[in-house]
Design a binder for this molecule. Structure first.
Ligand SMILES: Cc1cc2nc3c(=O)[nH]c(=O)nc-3n(C[C@H](O)[C@H](O)[C@H](O)COP(=O)(O)O)c2cc1C
Length: 358
């Protein structure tokens, strides 16, 4: 089981609640989390990318108004960590962002991290984010065609020992060249999808695919729905002679007993910032994402994808069941990242070791 930590590089992390917690978007906080995750034996850390307007997604907490750039943040983490894979989300279609930029920036991050850098390629589901760049969002499937050409060019640039000239549908290059080359040929490539066009892009380009439960946040329903979902994605990648690995994003609320975990969850919900939760839900509704659509605003208070609320034994059992349902990896989030990661390391990780999945 691949184990990753979702870094809270944005204010409020995943949760639209004012219940007290340490979670912070600041780099030092995220760096301390990454170092602790590395000590605990995690495989990767991940930063999401959003372009959020003044006031964030709303509410008193101004949900996610502060948001540090994940590419720069994980590149800085490259100099601090030794073993973790560092994954950054990048909106490759925003602005005048050319495959040359990505090829050189990623080769540089790969060099600093000694081959531990990866890119989560996203095409931008939001109608408002592209406006910040003076652009309009392109149609859903066309964006994946653009991403396909963009990443095919970037791969050529990482590979080619000669100048490279290319006239594509969306980008052109003349005598282009990038060196140093990434240490292992190219960075790890990831994408996040639930749609046929996204599956088809992932099957051709991605090593890792972030998936969402097609059945919403309830873990039992997720465990039932995921085998067919993950099998379809894996079969599609195999038709291209590739083996994709899938990662899901559980939000973990864990305490020594189920009753205590429920009480912790109830407190998060009691102190919900509903304006922020609804603002965030509306942001998804206004987008054309096919994933996350089965989440209701109440589930957005805690946030994340599948909710695991229970004792260490229950959480470990659910993680193992998700793994058996075809999720090769778990990229986990918490409400109070620092303290909850500590509790997870002390109470849940040993159970995963005992079960032989870690
Ligand atoms: C774990 C995970 C992380 C994601 N991170 C981002 C992100 O940082 N920025 C973003 O614009 N979209 C992000 N997305 C949304 C995806 O880019 C995409 O819109 C979504 O998965 C739906 O894809 P589809 O339309 O191909 O189904 C993320 C999705 C998942 C599952």
């Amino acid at each position: 089981m691949i184990l990753g930590l979702f870094l809270p590089t944005q204010s409020g992390g995943w949760s639209a609640s004012a219940a007290p917690r340490s979670t912070s978007w600041e780099f030092d906080y995220n760096a301390a989390l990454a170092l602790r995750a590395e000590e605990l034996g995690f495989d990767l850390v991940f930063g999401l990318s959003e372009w959020v307007r003044a006031g964030g997604y709303g509410g008193k907490i101004r949900f996610r108004e502060d948001s540090i750039d994940p590419f720069m943040a994980v590149t800085a983490l490259a100099a601090l960590t030794k073993r973790l894979l560092l994954l950054s989300t990048i909106h490759i279609l925003y602005g005048p962002w050319h495959p040359m930029h990505l090829a050189r920036f990623a080769a540089t991050a790969d060099h600093i991290s000694k081959g531990r850098f990866g890119i989560n390629v996203v095409t931008g589901f939001s109608p408002t984010e592209p406006l910040m760049f003076g652009m309009r969002r392109q149609e859903h499937d066309l964006r994946y065609e653009m991403a396909d050409e963009f990443m095919s060019i970037a791969k050529q640039l990482w590979q080619s020992e000669h100048n490279f000239t290319y006239e594509g549908q969306f980008w052109r290059l003349e005598d282009a060249f990038v060196r140093p080359k990434p240490r292992y040929g190219r960075p790890i490539l990831a994408s996040a999808t639930g749609s046929p066009a996204g599956f088809s892009y992932a099957a051709r380009h991605s090593d890792l695919v972030f998936i969402t439960s097609p059945a919403g946040a309830n873990v039992q329903r997720a465990i039932e729905a995921l085998p067919a979902h993950t099998a379809k994605l894996k079969a599609e990648s195999q038709s291209f002679g590739r083996n994709i690995r899938t990662i899901i994003n559980p939000m973990i609320v864990c305490r020594p007993t189920e009753v205590e975990a429920r009480a912790y969850y109830d407190e998060i919900v009691r102190l919900a910032d509903m304006e922020a939760a609804v603002g965030y839900a509306n942001h998804f509704k206004s987008g054309d994402t096919k994933a996350w659509t089965n989440h209701v605003p109440r589930e957005r208070i805690l946030g994340g994808n599948v909710h695991l609320i229970g004792s260490p034994e229950q959480v470990a059992d659910w993680l193992i069941a998700l793994n058996k349902a075809g999720c090769d990896g778990m990229q986990i989030s918490f409400y109070d990242f620092r303290d909850d990661l500590e509790f997870f390391g002390k109470s849940v990780l040993p159970l995963l070791h005992q079960a032989g999945v870690r």
